[in-house]
Design a protein around this ligand. Structure first.
Ligand SMILES: C[S@@+](CC[C@H](N)C(=O)[O-])C[C@H]1O[C@@H](n2cnc3c(N)ncnc32)[C@H](O)[C@@H]1O
Length: 258
């Protein structure tokens, strides 16, 4: 495939927003990645949990792994979901923290938040709020969050150091950072990184796994556990090719703020 060699952050943002607008509004369309309930179950989500959240949020689920066993959410905790999309993980988190707890989802794509909000109001998830904004600059107080979660999002950020620093700032001491994301075994070549379509499809922006862990540590969090998610697979030929050649893969990771 011929790579587009333009790399402009604004162009990239509009490409990402356009892809995830389609994810919200047309989940049955064609994407480089799989979505929906069958994939969620394969990744490890319990069907008993999925049965209790809006099915439309599951249809637009574009996460890449399962990390709730690492997050170990407790009743009453405050959770922040970076890149909450159509809301699937915010609803799962809401079940786990209960009405004494609170879940905040932040996302830059209006259509994703609009869908999540509509489903929240329809199904009465009273402990969930959504915020318009960027994961690099979250409008929330320092040390106000027990657990930061995120699924398939940080790979899309052009400055991952900023995202990890924000997570560390927002977490209380002893707070957990539990995520799933795409990383690579070897550094991606420029032709892949500069292809904005592959970036928006969660491949081009993926960081080399040791660098990714290093950035989390540099932000002041201690990585406790990392596991591969071999059941996550890209579906388009382009995406599969890149994935095989450069070891592009899904991981779930737990880090704590000392
Ligand atoms: C792959 S989707 C995952 C959504 C959701 N976590 C899920 O599992 O379905 C990525 C989401 O992150 C959002 N996003 C990407 N980069 C972002 C940024 N820098 N700030 C805020 N949201 C962002 C997109 O709008 C999109 O909704």
């Amino acid at each position: 495939m011929a790579a587009t060699v333009t790399f402009d952050p604004k162009e990239l943002e509009s490409k990402v927003k356009s892809m995830y607008r389609s994810v919200a509004e047309n989940p049955a369309g064609e994407f480089h990645f799989e979505m929906g309930r069958a994939m969620a179950e394969r990744l490890g989500y319990a069907s008993a949990d999925l049965d209790r959240i809006p099915k439309e949020a599951i249809e637009s689920f574009a996460g890449v792994g399962y990390y709730f066993h690492l997050a170990d959410l407790k009743e009453g905790e405050t959770v922040l979901d970076l890149g909450s999309g159509s809301g699937m993980d915010t609803f799962i988190a809401a079940l786990k923290v209960g009405l004494r707890g609170k879940v905040i989802g932040i996302d830059m794509t209006d259509e994703q938040r609009a869908k999540a909000q509509r489903l929240r109001d329809r199904d009465g998830f009273k402990n969930v709020t959504y915020v318009k904004g960027y994961i690099e600059n979250v409008p929330a107080a320092a040390a106000s969050i027990d657990v930061v979660i995120s699924n398939g999002v940080i790979n899309l950020a052009t400055d991952k150091n900023n995202v990890f620093s924000e997570a560390a700032r927002l977490l209380k001491s002893g707070g957990r950072f539990a995520i799933s994301d795409i990383v690579t075994e070897v550094q991606l070549p420029e032709a892949i990184v500069c292809n904005s379509t592959l970036w928006a499809a969660c491949i081009g922006g993926a960081a080399q796994q040791d660098n990714y862990r290093g950035q989390i540590a540099a932000a002041g969090m201690t990585v406790v556990k990392v596991q591969d998610n071999p059941t996550y697979q890209f579906i388009s030929n382009n995406a599969r090719g890149a994935s095989k050649k450069f070891g592009v893969k899904s991981i779930s990771l737990l880090a704590v703020k000392p």
